[in-house]
Design a protein around this ligand. Structure first.
Ligand code: XMP
Length: 484
């Protein structure tokens, strides 16, 4: 096992800068720079190597779907009951990336002023119109063309009425939807059930975008790939069984201390029962921990103890390894044979690039950087959303009602290793964040002097001292680099 180089001991992402290399990319925008990286042994992420954290305030079904649609990934958290978690998996598995499942709706007695405000605020090109407040019965469509004129006019007097509309059904294929829309030269196809209740919406724009996104994380049948989290004790095997039966594509067995006998037993049980299932396990933060999980036959390893924005483990328990050191130790111990998810402590896009190119991670897991988006569970209040460490009192208390083991939970609550933090609300949703990260990753490939992200990693990761400052940055250099 190659041991960690001295220069990386005690370091994290902002301790190093990468030295610009002779660039090979002629145009970042015109050239197709490949950002594909492996999530696990059998799953490749083609959009960006980004994974949303399996946390209550980050990844429910909506985030999972958004991430896979963009060629990234997420893991549905395990704090749902197992039945609810399986239902979330089923919903995402059934959904298609180009269908808007909860389109914006206004009722026909509303006034045009209200509709205009909604269209402006949500930046959409139209609204579906329903019969009455709270009803989902489709009676018309209102587009931006229809909202000029008097604010006080009723929506029903300006909308295209139901009998003139062309509609689709819930499981309509991409091809059929496109055909219906282009035949009638419309841009929107409301999806309805047998009773004309709204069940979704397809827009020509989304269809075109889906066609231009060959990188969506999907299976051979074109369905989104879905991941879900389990623990290593209690009902984890029943949960796993339900998830596997529901069609989950990869399971993440996630516990705080993954270099332990508890997880060894659980992985062995899991593998005996589901020999073909893709399994990722964590968290560990040392080369020894990584080797231990690799020898148990997992398909990827999640690395990080205590770097997360919502963590208190290092403060209160004093265990942990500085995150760049941890990721690099894991890479060296596993010799690049198992994909690594660098989990926690990523504060900006530059940190992602360090984790991948110097650390040797294949993907990074983000919590706080995604918690402010619409797709993360939780409400926006005064321009912020609450991001809660999984073991924070605030997050644990949400479980009180359905937890059978109150005593154990009380211990957790008395000694939390997590804390809540407000994060800024991000307008534009997770797509905006991922697009920005993709742009920065492409720049990084160009600076690295290669034409793909995987080549950039291959070039740098085994001899990183040739490509970075050989000692951690001085305080002055850090100030020059990051103080803005
Ligand atoms: P970021 O920095 O992206 O980190 O917000 C996300 C990761 O933080 C971990 N996490 C915790 N760690 N106590 C901990 O020690 C907690 O309560 C806690 N909550 C989240 C987790 O690995 C997540 O992916």
């Amino acid at each position: 096992m190659r041991s960690i180089e001295d220069m990386f001991i005690g370091t994290t992402f902002k301790d190093f800068l990468l030295r610009p290399q002779h660039g090979q990319v002629l145009s970042r925008t015109k050239e197709n720079i490949d950002l594909s990286m492996p999530l696990s042994r059998n799953i490749i992420l083609r959009g960006a190597p980004i994974v949303s954290a399996n946390m209550r305030t980050v990844t429910g079904g909506r985030m999972m779907k958004a991430m896979s649609s963009m060629g990234c990934f997420g893991f549905i958290h395990r704090r749902y009951s197992k039945e609810v978690q399986a239902e979330k998996v089923r919903e995402v598995k059934r959904s298609q990336s180009y269908i808007i499942e909860n389109p914006l709706v206004i009722h026909q007695e509303a006034i045009i002023g209200e509709a205009r405000e909604l269209i402006r605020k949500k930046k959409v090109s139209g609204l579906l119109v329903c019969e009455s407040p709270g009803s989902m019965k489709l009676v018309g469509v209102l587009s931006t063309r229809d909202i000029f004129g008097l604010d006080s006019e009723l929506v029903k007097n300006r909308m295209s009425i139901f009998t003139e509309l062309i509609c689709g059904y819930q499981n309509i294929s991409m091809e059929e939807a496109e055909l219906r829309m282009s035949r009638r030269r419309v841009e929107k196809l409301p999806l309805i059930d047998d009773d004309a209740n709204i069940v979704g919406l397809i827009t020509m724009k989304d269809l075109k975008m889906a066609k231009q996104k060959p990188y969506t994380t999907k299976d051979s049948k074109g369905r989104l790939l879905v991941g879900a989290t389990i623990g290593a004790s209690g009902d984890y095997m029943e949960r796993a069984e339900l998830l596997v039966d529901t069609g989950v594509d990869v399971i993440l067995m996630d516990i705080a201390h993954g270099h332990s006998e508890v997880i060894k037993l659980a992985i062995n049980n899991f593998k005996a029962k589901f020999p073909g299932a893709e399994l990722i396990a964590g968290n560990i933060a040392t080369g020894q921990g990584a080797k231990f999980l690799m020898d148990l036959g997992v398909d990827a390893i999640k690395a990080g103890v205590g770097p997360g924005k919502g963590c208190r483990t290092r403060l209160d328990v004093r265990f942990g390894v500085a995150q760049l050191q941890a990721v690099r130790e894991v890479y060296l111990a596993t010799e690049g044979k198992v994909p690594i998810i660098a989990d926690g402590g990523i504060e900006d896009d530059g940190d992602i690039i360090s984790a991948l190119l110097i650390g040797g991670a294949s993907t990074v897991m983000l919590g706080s950087m995604l918690a402010g988006t619409d797709e993360a569970p939780g409400l926006v209040e005064n321009g912020v959303k609450m991001y809660k460490g999984e073991t924070s009192i605030e997050a644990s208390l949400e479980e009180f009602n359905d937890d059978e083991n109150l005593e154990a939970l009380m211990d957790d609550v008395q000694a939390p290793e997590g804390q809540p933090r407000p994060v800024k609300y991000i307008e534009g949703g997770v797509a905006k964040v991922i697009r920005r990260i993709r742009g920065h990753l492409k720049s990084a490939v160009s600076y690295a002097g290669t034409k793909s992200l995987i080549d950039a990693q291959k070039k740098m990761v085994d001899t990183p001292w040739l490509y970075v400052n050989r000692r951690p940055l001085t305080e002055a250099a850090k100030k020059e680099s990051f103080d803005r």
